[in-house]
Design a protein around this ligand. Structure first.
Ligand code: PMV
Length: 317
């Protein structure tokens, strides 16, 4: 049997992180320049149930049976096994690689889960629906950070820009003019679980103040959806700046992220904000095809360890 492979893109949250955990909308888009990949190869010489997991990027080469069931890589495999009601997974090797930086707000954990679920189910001869794959990846996301909103697995499985509200049907939205985004990595790893937990603790301590900020972000996201539909780039940029300012008030920015957003704006970005959990990880800036290289260079000079320029095509829904 030939090896079966599947890959999944990274993602960036354009508007609405953190508030999305509390029921407000978010807008997220796939980032196809970085991907997680899983390759499943049959091992006809071993007994059923003998599954080897290799993830060289994180130094893992282990039999599935020796990984705790709640380990995210194992959990993705067990999700498939349970969905297909298998007594034993046929002997195989699952090799996982990824160019998505970890713990940096680009959805690396969800992309790895989705790649594993797609490759393994195809290897087992079953074609799962996107909805099922997203639900399975969501279960694994819960192991990464207790209360995920589900935005990461959704945008990564559907591979398209989404307007997302927790526990509601996902919506596509119109994009009046294509968007050129410049993403810059602060190089500071910051696990989402920590920032989500910190925001929860702060919200419990000062519920009124945090509800106000979540509402303000919700308003920005709804506004952004309309402005993206008409393609008014300057206003999209302004809304990104406003979203960043509120995230900073919420305590999830950092000197590095503030320096990168400032550098992007100084180099001509129409707006810039941190993306994902914050305190580290990436920022996303809105440029144009003309200004993007300059913004990328400015981010590099300001200390960004990696830059990605990506384009979101216009679309009529
Ligand atoms: O840091 P990431 O890529 O996992 O994004 C997290 C986005 C949050 O809104 C902070 C959490 C969530 O589950 O939506």
């Amino acid at each position: 049997m030939p090896a079966i492979s599947a890959s999944a893109p990274g993602k960036v949250i354009l508007f609405g992180e953190h508030a999305v955990v509390y029921g407000r909308p978010a807008i997220a888009v796939p980032v196809n320049e970085v991907r997680a990949k899983a390759i499943v190869t049959a091992d006809p010489l071993s007994l059923p149930g003998s599954v080897r997991i290799q993830a060289p990027d994180v130094g893992i080469d282990v039999m599935l049976a020796n990984l705790p069931a709640h380990h995210p890589l194992a959990a993705a495999v067990w999700q498939v096994s349970a969905a297909l009601d298998l007594a034993h997974i046929p002997a195989c090797k699952i090799r996982i690689t990824s160019t998505i930086p970890v713990a940096s707000g680009l959805g690396s954990s969800a992309a790895v889960s989705v790649a594993i679920i797609r490759a393994l189910s195809t290897f087992l001869g079953v074609s799962l629906m996107d909805e099922q794959i997203s639900a399975m990846a969501y279960e694994v996301e819960k192991l990464h950070h207790g209360t995920p909103s589900g935005v990461d697995n959704t945008v990564i499985v559907y591979r398209m820009p989404v307007y997302f509200i927790r526990e509601q049907t996902i919506e596509r939205f119109s994009i009046g003019t294509s968007l050129t985004l410049v993403i810059g990595d602060s190089g500071v790893a910051s696990p989402t679980a920590q920032t989500v937990e910190d925001v929860r603790a702060a919200w419990q301590k000062e519920p009124e103040r945090y509800e106000k900020m979540f509402n303000a972000i919700g308003d920005i996201v709804r506004n952004a959806r309309n402005v993206i539909a008409v393609g008014h780039l300057e206003t999209i940029g302004t809304l990104m700046d406003e979203n960043h300012a509120i995230l900073a008030q919420m305590g999830v920015s950092s000197p590095e992220l503030d320096a990168l957003t400032t550098a992007a704006r100084d180099a001509g970005a129409l707006g810039a904000k941190l993306c994902g959990g914050g305190r580290g990880g990436n920022i996303v800036a809105l440029g144009t095809p003309q200004t993007a290289p300059r913004i990328s260079e400015a981010l590099e000079n300001a200390g960004a360890v990696r830059r990605i320029i990506t384009r979101i095509d216009s679309y009529t829904s």
